[in-house]
Design a protein around this ligand. Structure first.
Ligand SMILES: [Fe+2]
Ligand SMILES: [Fe+2]
Length: 181
């Protein structure tokens, strides 16, 4: 369980940093995403994926707003080495697929692209752009893709300045409940 402490330390060290282009910190964004999932009745694994979906941002430092420099930070993969073996595939898959879920939603949901924040629209192009119909069908056929889409919709809504949420300790307790060891 010491890796849960590593996660807590990462939030303590860098959770106060601004989420690029949004009016929330990294910690606020993580807590709001998890709280929206919880309010919708998501189980421990999906709530944990929500809490940790952007942990990769906290484990690497690419400076402020990398999309402005044409960089795809590939943050959906950065936390996986830390989380492998600690959580099962339902947690890892939600994290790994949350960027591709955006590409899927852009292809399948009218008005979704236009509603994305400017930073999210910039990163979309860097992440490969909107899926074709065939790519979207291939994406959603994968195990865990439906959950990643749910995560993505909570993620998009989790950028509200000053929104009240339960504390990190509440969600770490849910993470502990679904940890493998
Ligand atoms: Fe993300
Ligand atoms: Fe996010």
């Amino acid at each position: 369980m010491h890796r849960l402490q590593d996660i807590e330390s990462a939030f303590a060290r860098r959770g106060g940093e601004q989420y690029a282009g949004e009016p929330v910190t990294q910690l606020e964004h993580a807590l709001q995403t998890a709280a929206l999932a919880e309010a919708d009745g998501a189980d421990d694994e999906l709530v944990t994926a929500c809490l940790l979906h952007d942990l990769g941002h906290l484990l690497r430092d690419l400076g402020a707003t990398p999309t402005l420099r044409g960089l795809d930070d590939r943050h959906q993969y950065a936390a996986l080495p830390l989380l492998q073996g600690l959580f099962g595939e339902r947690v890892l898959g939600g994290i790994r697929l949350h960027v591709d879920a955006k590409r899927y939603l852009c292809a399948t949901r009218p008005g979704y692209v236009a509603a994305l924040s400017p930073d999210s629209q910039r990163s979309l192009a860097l992440q490969g752009g909107v899926y074709s119909a065939a790519q979207a069908a291939g994406f959603i056929a994968q195990t865990g893709a439906e959950s990643a889409v749910r995560l993505r919709l909570w993620d998009d809504a989790a950028k509200v300045a000053g929104a009240a949420t339960p504390p990190l300790s509440h969600f770490l307790a849910r993470a502990r409940r679904c940890a493998l060891s």
